[in-house]
Design a protein around this ligand. Structure first.
Ligand code: OSB
Ligand code: MG
Length: 371
């Protein structure tokens, strides 16, 4: 039985080791919201994956704080629930804001796993894969030479797949240079909605590069245009921003708007929905993989648990802590072996310890909400 007595909202500020640039913005420092739910003195933790600005989707750090404190926490605190799977429905009346709602939902799953003395991956029905295949997402660089150097370093670390962020002006020529230097590596691109159907002729050139998939070329909310584009591309389209719910996954698959799905825990509103998207895709023969949102250790550990479900067939954006942080808030920091794999952690809940000393140092604000 779940009945949360207390919900703490922790706001963290953590500079990235190196800037990360997408078609929509450059991030140098993260403002991260952590959710801690407490029942009978036991804590469960979740990480909200919203960015610092409403550019990836409508959410950002401060909308998260407001949505959690005003709408999500009051609907959860004190309610008696049979399982964490019921948490999402409590705030179903809130339109959108899946990341804020999903961070809270994931924290309750983590707590429930701890109550049952289970690793989170086992608690969500995962573990079909005991080792998680990892790729890296490489942001837009100032020069092609810097990009080539970065790719070289990541390949030498063992990462199995390279995903390049692209946008108009940083796309086909860059891909040509990468193929020329690195040959037949597992390569993908992610445009974060930087193109429209007016760019179809340009986008068709992408087929010459033998990519595993091209992620979210068109608008964040445009399933139909992606279906039109998929008709004229041989490269599989992978949907990220467009898939915010199990229903969207069904629609996109039915329309052949994408042949791969990137599942992000926060974007779909938490574990219950992520598992449903996974199952719908599996049933339809659509491979999925685990996306990333520049998470700190808790979000990273939750992603690892999710990626142990059987249909996570492509390497995820679940890379080592040290690519992002000089010191992560979990200990040991998450690391990837020379084969580009992460072993599932065996501890209960999300499976690794929080580095409470460091967490304290990077926390700029904590707010406690009670029944
Ligand atoms: O679209 O996958 C994306 C980072 C921020 C916002 C959107 C995306 C990304 C990534 C980063 O690609 C993946 C990572 O966490 O390394
Ligand atoms: Mg993406």
């Amino acid at each position: 039985m779940i009945q949360i007595d207390e919900l703490r909202i922790h706001l963290l500020r953590m500079p990235l080791v190196r800037f990360f640039e997408t078609s929509f913005s450059r991030t140098t420092e993260r403002s991260i919201v952590l959710i801690e739910v407490v029942q009978d003195g036991l804590s469960g933790w979740g990480e909200v994956t919203a960015g610092e600005h409403p550019f990836f989707n409508e959410e950002w750090t401060h909308s998260v704080l407001e949505i959690v404190r005003k709408y999500v926490a009051p609907r959860l605190l004190g309610k008696q629930l049979q399982s964490a799977a019921e948490v999402g429905a409590l705030s179903a009346g809130v339109r959108g804001h899946n990341m804020a709602r999903g961070g809270v939902e994931a924290a309750v799953w983590d707590l429930e796993a701890r109550m049952n003395n289970l690793p989170l991956w086992k608690h969500i029905g995962g573990g079909a894969q005991q080792r998680i295949a990892c790729g890296v997402s490489i942001g837009i660089q100032d020069t092609v030479d810097e990009l080539l150097e970065t790719i070289d370093r990541e390949l030498q670390s063992g990462y199995q797949r390279i995903k390049l962020k692209i946008k108009p002006g940083w796309d086909m020529d860059v891909l040509r240079a990468v193929r020329k230097r690195f040959g037949d590596i597992q390569l993908t691109v992610d445009a974060n909605s930087a193109y429209t159907l007016a760019d179809v002729e340009h986008l068709k050139q992408i087929d010459e590069f033998g990519l595993v998939y091209a992620e979210q070329p068109l608008s964040h909310d445009e399933i139909i245009d992606h279906a039109k584009l998929q008709k004229v591309l041989s490269t599989p389209i992978c949907l990220d921003e467009c898939i915010r719910s199990p229903h969207h996954a069904k629609q996109a698959i039915e329309l052949d708007a994408g042949r791969v799905i990137n599942i992000k825990l926060g974007r779909v509103g938490g574990f219950a929905n992520a598992i449903q998207v996974h199952d719908i895709a599996k049933e339809a023969g659509i491979p999925v993989w685990c996306g990333g949102m520049l998470e700190a250790g808790i979000g990273r550990a939750h992603n690892i648990a999710m990626a142990s479900l059987p249909n996570f067939v492509f390497p995820g954006d679940v890379s080592a802590s040290k690519r992002y942080w000089k010191r992560d808030i979990v200990t040991p920091a998450i690391d990837v072996d020379a084969q580009g794999m992460i072993d599932l952690p065996q501890g209960i809940g999300f499976g690794i310890d929080i580095d409470h000393d460091w967490l304290k140092q990077v926390t700029v604000q904590t707010e406690t909400l009670r029944t």
